[in-house]
Design a protein around this ligand. Sequence first.
Ligand SMILES: *Cc1c(COP(=O)(O)O)cnc(C)c1O
Length: 387
Amino acid sequence: MIQPSDRVKAVPPYLFAEISKKIAEARKKGVDVISLGIGDPDMPTPDPVIEELCRAAHEPRNHQYPDYEGLFEFREAVAKWYKRRHEVTLDPDKEVLTLIGGKEGNLHLCLSIINPGDSTLVPVPGYTPYRTSTIFCSGYPIDVPLLEKNNFLPDLSSIPRGAAKDSKIIFVNYPNNPTGAVAGKEFYKELIDFATENDLIACSDNPYSEIGYDGYRPLSFLEVSGAKDVGIELNSLSKPFNMTGWRIGMAAGNEEVIKAMGIIKNNTDSGVFNAVQYAGIKALSLPDSVLERTLEIYQKRRDLVYNTLSSIGLKCNKPKGSLYMWVKVPEGHSSGTFAAMVLEKAGVVITPGAGYGKEGEGYFRISLTVPDARLTEAMERMRRVMR
Ligand SMILES: *Cc1c(COP(=O)(O)O)cnc(C)c1O
């Protein structure tokens, strides 16, 4: 009999299995289900990026293996972009690595740093790959709760000394998925001190670094002095340029970490299709006005959801960044029972917070990556149900 490895068996069961089953049942019954569950931009990739892909795909030299560390031109474009957007100086040769998206970077960071038995510090609620990537390296994820009373920032001083000492990596993610929280310079300074004192690597997973509202510009971890001594940032073209399907991102920061990740990549995936990297260069050099138009649309959606939910007695913050609203479940419900009720009565899918770990219970997540008309319809249905 085929036995998958312990690491495969250690992956927690699909957290949204229950709700997926209910969605399938509702659709079978002919219900027009609207999903506010997925974090995947609905708007198309900008035309110039697509045109550049087509041009580069016609060039035979791009049909060969790419360099595992990425085209120098792409890494240079990343360095220029970090300079322009965040005032960060990076050496494209030593401090930047092309990634097949941020998710790939998470695993390969872990593979290049974690030994069996090491632990990592992972935020709860949080993006699940921090946990699974650790497990794949025979490491142990240690939960770091993100609580509303701390503005969903980890309380670093409450992490037990032993846990910090045994850990190799601490993961942070601001603007945050799923809570929509943001982090300021003070927090990153504390993080750098914490990483230095405990001799661990800080990984800022920052795919929403450009997604800010009301004029707010989210920070890059690398903007804070000392960041490169202790860590890296994982970033991605997926969210700001509507490119989730293209699979391209970057790791930037500490030279030793970038080098170690490169060794793993050289022996596993051989890098990103060069034509996609040329398209990526185009995306990174688009005028800021392209991004601003996208952000205006998300901001309107955020306001629509905030106004609707507030008016029907559901409590949430108005996020300054990210693509998510993190909303309190009403009294008498768990996140699971509330999501089931909203699906049954309104045909609307929301993500129960418990799926993001223990501290996610009591909340649900709404994603703003839904076309305006569908989002408006979903809000009307929720208003009716909550009356
Ligand atoms: C979307 C997302 C990513 C990265 O996605 P890729 O498409 O793999 O670049 C990473 N972290 C978080 C928290 C995300 O929400």
